[in-house]
Unconditional design. Sequence first.
Lengths: 320, 340
Amino acid sequence: MYQESLRGARRESLGTAAVLLGTWLALIAASTIYRADFLSRQTLLSVTFTMAVLGVVTVAQSLVTISGGILDLSIPTGLILPAWVIVTLLGHGVNIVFVIAAGLLTGAGWGCLNALIIVFGKLNPIIVTLGTNFAGAAIVNVYLQSGQTPLKSGLATWGQSEVLGLPNVFWAMAIFVVIAGYYLSHSRVGRRTIAVGGNPQAARVRGISLRKTRFGVFLASGAVCGFAALLFTASTLNFVSSETTYYLLPCVAATILAGIRLQGGSGNLWLILLSVGLLATVPTSLAFFGVGELWQNVPPGVVLVVAVSIDGFRQMRVKR
Amino acid sequence: MIAPTSGPEASEEAPLADRTEWRTLLRGAFSGATGSIAITLVAVLLVALFWVGTEFYTTANLTIIGAAVTVPLLVGTCSGFALLAGVVDLSIGSCAGVCAAVFAYLTVHHWGGWPAAGIVVLVGLAIGLVNSVSIVGFGANPLAATLGMLTGLLGLQYVITGQDGLITSLLPGLYSFSNRQLGPLPLIFLLVLVAVGAAYYVVTFSRLGRHVRAVGGDEVAAGRAGIRVKRIRVGALVLSSLGASVAGIIYIGQQGGASNTLGTDITFQVYAALMIGGYSIIRGGVGNPLGGAMGLLVIAGVTEIIDLKGINTYYTDVVIGVLLLAAVFLDRLRGGDSFE
């Protein structure tokens, strides 16, 4: 029974992967046919740079969704807080090792605050994170309007360099997603997280602590945001603090497009590479089609509505 | 919170039960979440009196508050029906935004006010129907589907308002109507307030309202009881979008133009206010328009206090966040949903 459902889930994620990859390749092919110079180094760099931060943030979002927390609406604050700490410490010439640790810890700290309210208040994460994001983002905005990564810092030079023709930040994201995806589906902790998201009562009966799992998920998701902030400050050297709000809708879209249902309990993090890749290609493609960047939100919105409608329809048929 | 209705007893002792039903309904309306939001509203008004002083209660200031709260109030009251029916509609913010942009665009391109308004209402209707097809027809998750709609409409709004992100549209008739006063308050605010009263009546006392709450509370049970679940959800989603589209027109009347700023922010603010007022975005069947309206008034009051005291306006958001957490926590203590 368990093996069977596992096989079903695997087949489903293979299907989603095929659709995502197909759409992505079709988009690339169409853009290339329209204008042959689409397939250029410039495009590759712009797409991979966009993918880097978005990919990591989407992992943070997906962890919450898979564990049954619906959505983490506080991602913008979870991203800007560590970014702020990172650029401040770098500005004071602190050793990069400590800066990285501080970034990850700040992210985890933000996740911990969310987790405390969620676990001890027994409140739904989507509401709690809506509230904490209101308060958190406002407080950050009071004290920090814009940030700058010092140009001579190790982080900035690392963020601007490449390995094998692709940006370092992209490789960091890709490796991270692969490891996180493997860990979630193969480790005991990861399996427990999925179990809690699928059916909390059943998970509890099996002896899984819901509180510990939820706490762990938000702690991990916060730390992942801290990691995303490292990539963000490494690739975006000048930023305004409201900039991170632009990651919220795309990372939710990328989560849902990767086949991770908002009901929780299912999902394969590896598919994030495809959904983020698709979303990151859209703006560049539109530009090559001669459509201004003003249009860039329209296709993801349409794709999202269509995708969740198809998914809803399939689930409805399964139920019958 | 759903006011307890007397079921079987009502048929046995009709006259008496009828009276007690009214009483329990009224009591239900002012205890629980609505009660605490009423207390919060009074607290805000007292803080305004003692901290800001009578400056807060001047005609000019009441006008400002009334005007500022009109658009969110209309949007929130209509989308409250979607929340009650258990289908959260996150697309309201950019629906209002795109409708404002369309209205401004049409009027700038030599359309009359009324025909343009007609088109805008049709746009709202279309958005509501697309949401309905996706959520009710195909069974898509409402949060996910309307988030997609929010993103897509936000994009359209950018497209219509163009590179400047702004279309100026000053219709003399609409402008003077939007700024007409009745006593210290804008006429349009009072009209929306009447709509809130009507919505409250429908939700609390009418059969339709009971059906909407039943659908949101437990759709399977409601379906078995013979309530047309799909029809009610489609109606609620369409009403939500229509409210947002009319709010978009009012926005043009007040501001004299459309900008691309009306979007995600207003969605989250309206829903925060509605949840402070007793609605829930994750569960249908709870809350009522009166509580939601008071939630929005509380936020408008806090915004104004912070403005008058010359405090950094970002602190309004801090207050919203804290109030939201406090409200849902209080609701949980009172026996609301607990999340584990």
